[in-house]
Design a protein around this ligand. Structure first.
Ligand code: 2HG
Ligand code: ZN
Length: 499
């Protein structure tokens, strides 16, 4: 339970801000906040603090500043790179109670309001609102939110802003950055920064909103956001196209985008992943033999969209060498069944153990070659049992490389080998999952000295004492961290999966 009579002066002061019942220290209540969803990243929390609104968040940050205590902001804790779990006794700042949903502004129209002039809108929501709650809320007003993830029921808006999540609609709508019209955030000293409704003269000075999106809780704590909403298409259709190699799937993607684009979604599945998801009870395999690569596309259009997609897929099959088969999902149930194959990957993988997850971005020109080389790369570094399952957001070159069967001692070597190959192929070692703890060393490796100096200056200006999410995103040398427990945070690696 709570710690009403805590001897810890920090916890007493926090209780005065949020109510003593919202400062949790009971190991059973704290435990779920100390480990991530995959079970790979875990640490220790001094307490979990659950403010109700931004005023209380400001109070929590002011108290932490006065007591020189570090904190880790946490939303739904569905992150995959260790960015939302405590490491060495920080206070976990749980934002799930900030789940308010404001009135939807439909077609408010002007650039100043930030709404979509083509008939979309905007809405202000709390950082703790789940993605699914925001989607439902937008739908009730006839609109849609452009970001969607399989973890929608648990992932929060704050978390998706922290990592600049892309998700399943990224090829159509861009990442979260493109949806955020305004932000409210609390600075390390407890000051509230209100940029929810930036004035017309948004260009007047630095873009603070852009700075905070993707900053993973290291510069400020986002408490609310004003999000762009779009008008959903009247009709959509889905196709899953089996091909004999990734290069053919890429070529089909190009041909379909030209014929029936813009694509609402364009996702890659590969043989090992298809075997995994179709092996689950009750799942109907779309093809007799799982193909080496399959492309899942969703397109929008009028009432005849499924027929248009069927024709376009047939034309692509005639034009592109290596297309084996295709399934069209016209009705809602069939579309959902095809999407379930893609969305089921993460959960099916988790049932097989704690995968080494490497989310990376490749230029489309080198992506196919990279995927072909990957099994050899992971076996060379991770041993003969290492098996890679690749899938992801093909439209933007964002691949999720999940490696199973890696002995704990070989995990670092597998990460090093895969990410080195990504960089050699002209890609980025970091995609939509963010940097977190997992890839912070790579920040210093891929960004030049001038950029690193700017990153250090920004962190120093906004969080000079290094209290906001220490150990995340910035390498220790840039974050101004003292030599301390957060430098030795890999005790959690290869931990047991949570119960
Ligand atoms: C997805 O695209 C998520 O489904 C999770 O980003 C990816 O489990 C993963 O590696
Ligand atoms: Zn993804």
């Amino acid at each position: 339970m709570s710690s009403p009579a805590s001897d810890d002066p920090l916890l007493r002061a926090l209780g005065e801000v949020v109510g003593h019942g919202q400062v949790r220290t009971d190991p059973d209540l704290v435990a779920p906040h100390e480990v991530d969803w995959t079970g790979r990243w875990r640490g220790r929390a001094r307490a979990v603090v659950r403010p109700a609104d931004s005023t209380e968040v400001a109070g929590v940050l002011a108290v932490c500043a006065a007591h020189d205590a570090a904190l880790v902001p946490q939303g739904g804790n569905t992150g995959l790179v260790g960015g939302s779990v405590p490491r060495a006794g920080e206070v976990v700042l749980s934002l799930t109670r900030l789940d308010h949903l404001g009135a939807v502004e439909v077609g408010t129209g002007t650039a100043a309001a930030g709404a979509d002039p083509s008939g979309g809108g905007a809405v202000v929501v709390g950082a703790g609102a789940t993605l699914a709650a925001v989607q439902r809320h937008a739908r009730a007003a006839g609109l849609a939110y452009g970001v969607d993830l399989a973890a929608r029921d648990t992932a929060t808006i704050g978390g998706t802003i922290a990592t600049d999540a892309g998700g399943l609609g990224v090829v159509r709508h861009g990442t979260t950055r493109a949806q955020v019209l305004g932000l409210e955030a609390v600075l390390a000293d407890g000051t509230v920064l209100d940029r929810l409704h930036p004035p017309l003269a948004e260009g007047l000075g630095y873009d603070l909103r852009g700075l905070l999106v993707g900053s993973e809780g290291t510069l400020a704590v986002v408490t609310s956001a004003r999000l762009r909403l779009v008008r959903p298409p009247s009709h959509v259709a889905v196709a899953l196209i089996a091909t004999d190699r990734v290069a053919a799937a890429l070529e089909v993607q190009r041909v379909l985008a030209a014929a029936v684009g813009p694509l609402e979604a364009s996702e890659l599945l590969t043989r090992t992943g298809l075997e995994l998801v179709t092996g689950a009870p009750g799942v109907r395999a779309p093809f007799t033999d799982p193909p080496p690569a399959a492309l899942l596309v969703e397109v929008a259009g009028g009432a005849q969209v499924a027929a248009a997609l069927t024709d376009a897929v047939a034309a692509a099959a005639a034009e592109v060498d290596g297309v084996r088969d295709a399934v069209i999902g016209a009705e809602a149930g069939d579309r959902a069944a095809l999407w379930a194959l893609r969305e089921g990957h993460t959960e099916r993988l988790a049932e097989r153990g704690v995968a080494v997850k490497l989310d990376v971005v490749l230029p489309l020109a080198t992506l196919a070659g990279f995927v072909e080389d990957l099994p050899g790369i992971v076996r060379a570094a991770g041993g003969a049992d290492a098996e890679v399952v690749v899938f992801g957001h093909l439209g933007v070159g964002d691949l999720h490389c999940n490696v199973l069967g890696v002995p704990p001692a070989a995990v670092a070597g597998v990460e090093e080998a895969v990410l080195t190959a990504v960089v050699a192929a002209g890609g980025s070692p970091c995609g939509e999952h963010g940097v977190g703890v997992q890839k912070r060393g790579w920040v210093a490796r891929v960004r030049g000295p001038a950029e690193l100096a700017v990153l250090r200056a920004l962190k120093g200006a906004l969080d000079p004492a290094g209290r906001l999410n220490p150990g995340v995103l910035l390498p220790a040398s840039l974050a101004g961290e003292q030599e301390g427990p957060s430098d030795h945070l890999v005790e959690h690696q290869e931990g047991e999966r949570p119960a």
